[in-house]
Design a protein around this ligand. Structure first.
Ligand SMILES: Nc1ncnc2c1ncn2[C@@H]1O[C@H](COP(=O)(O)OP(=O)(O)OP(=O)(O)O)[C@@H](O)[C@H]1O
Length: 219
């Protein structure tokens, strides 16, 4: 499903300096997988997730998705993302002025789904994630665990084949952490492939597979 081939990624720091994060990096992820990207702070976990979700492109090398090259221009990349990827970024990125229903409904509105269908789908996903009673509330009035469930609902409402989550359980207490992890496990059982980055041993030990990242020498 996913193949990264000979990826190199460097960030330009200034005219003279670059920060190299990946070199000759290869990766394969199959449909239905549930993988944790692990490694020390600064090793490149978010960089890898950004490339996989099409938010960023490698400096060189290729990204294949279902056998096809993922495009590198902004417009085509946005289309790739919209079609295939659900994303949960750190700190949820919910819209504070909108209530939970409106936040979850956003990707469907983009797709011009009729109002009645939006209502049905939001109710359905809210039921699945146990957040029906939160639909008329605003993000700033919710707990971290509740906001994370809202962010997951928004990411999966368009039924992406992959859900990519950057530290989805960070800053949650242990009960909420396990609750969010169980939600991800259920989504995986329903067929969504999951790729997450985490520092948390309790979480990555429960994933099907880990991708350990190591710092580049002389980076
Ligand atoms: N836009 C950027 N410009 C320059 N350097 C960057 C940029 N983004 C990331 N880096 C550097 O690239 C390296 C990898 O960063 P990245 O955020 O991918 O690490 P990470 O493993 O996700 O870290 P953390 O666990 O702390 O979130 C770090 O050294 C970081 O400072």
């Amino acid at each position: 499903m996913i193949m990264l081939k000979d990826i190199r990624k460097e960030y330009k720091i200034n005219a003279k300096n670059k920060k190299k994060v990946f070199e000759n990096f290869n990766l394969e992820i199959s449909r239905g997988d549930f993988v944790a990207v692990v490694g020390k702070s600064g090793v490149g976990k978010s960089t890898l997730l950004n490339i996989l979700s099409g938010l960023d492109t490698p400096t060189s090398g290729e990204y294949y998705f279902d056998g096809e090259k993922v495009p590198k221009t902004n417009l085509a990349l946005a289309e790739f993302r919209r079609k295939n990827i659900g994303m949960i970024v750190q700190n949820f990125a919910l819209i504070e002025e909108w209530n939970v229903f409106e936040n979850i409904a956003l990707p469907l509105k983009y797709r011009k789904v009729p109002k009645r269908e939006i209502e049905k789908q939001v109710q359905e996903i809210a039921g699945k994630l146990g957040i029906q009673e939160l639909l008329r509330k605003y993000p700033q009035t919710l707990s971290g665990g509740e906001n994370q469930r809202v962010a997951i609902a928004r990411a999966v409402i368009v039924k992406p084949s992959i859900l990519i989550a950057d530290e989805p359980t960070a800053s949650l207490d242990s009960e909420n952490k396990m609750n969010v992890f169980e939600i991800l496990e259920n989504l995986n059982e329903e067929g969504i492939s999951i790729i997450l980055a985490t520092h948390d041993k309790e979480i990555y030990e429960k994933c099907k597979r880990t991708i350990p990242l190591a710092e580049l020498q002389h980076a």
